[in-house]
Design a protein around this ligand. Sequence first.
Ligand code: NAP
Length: 304
Amino acid sequence: MTQVYGKVALIGLGLIASSMFWAMKRGGVAGTVAGYARSEATRDTARRIGLCDEVCDSAEEAVADADLIVLATPVGAMGAVMQAIAPHLKPGATVIDVGSVKQTIIDEVTPYVPEGVHFVGTHPMAGTEHSGPESGFATLFDGRWCLIVPVDDSDAVAQVETYWKALGADTERMDPEHHDLVCAVVSHIPHLIAYTMVGVADDLRRVSDQEVIKFSAAGFRDFTRIAASDPTMWRDVFLTNKDATIEMLGRFTEELFALQRAIRTGDGEQLHAYFTRTRAIRRSILEAGQDTDKPDFGRVKVDR
Ligand code: NAP
């Protein structure tokens, strides 16, 4: 048991916040946890399933006396949330966010952070395609990276790192611009490609809906899983990480054209060399313990 903070307030009670709560409970990481979500329905669900020690009807109430405040809403809501809670934060408290982009959040949130309160950007590189208060689980962050994006070098940053390690994650510090570029490559563009691929299949009227579902091979099924991710969250990611995603999309399109040309001209050597290089990347992800090589990525088969 490693208590890192006395009172923690979770603002937003979706996949990430609920997983943080269960991980905090597992490790005794917080003395007490208060939670708030925008809708009454979500707050009712949280109360019903025992998510948080106390579910409050306002963010102001939840953050009162909190030592750590976690902004776990979609990225686009964080600035307004910070503005609303700012007058109610206790001196010495630390605010973190868990958003998938960093520069925009820092720009929109830090102007409202009061004197004597610390802000540290954080991004757990873990998730599923599910959302909402019932989707969280204690092991979500185990062995996964949490990127720490400090805006100063106060002791609060080290305490935030201790906190994420107590939730099971490994941490690494990054500056916001580099964070946004890395995440565009490893997360944001792959999501956009999955959304596009599933959209294209849906548009292809020569392939009926039944065929798409019945014959969906592993590759397409993986795209559909990713493309089922929360629309609000991903809309906000692309609107707030515009520069990095457009830069990376440009590079992606160039590569795609090169492969298209190789196919058209029958350049098997180029295709083979390309696929050999990408296969090696998959091997290094497995070696780094970031995925499993079990069939179907270790997913349990469900008989229907
Ligand atoms: P989620 O499951 O969709 O939950 C979002 C929560 O935020 C809901 O409880 C929602 O409440 C609440 N909310 C929305 N607007 C709010 C507001 N103005 N005030 C208070 N609460 C508000 O989302 P999530 O997947 O946990 O994502 C949360 C954050 O983590 C996002 O910024 C995302 O970029 C980041 N992230 C997500 C993943 C992932 O894979 N999902 C991974 C890493 C980081 P209602 O239910 O009442 O609307």
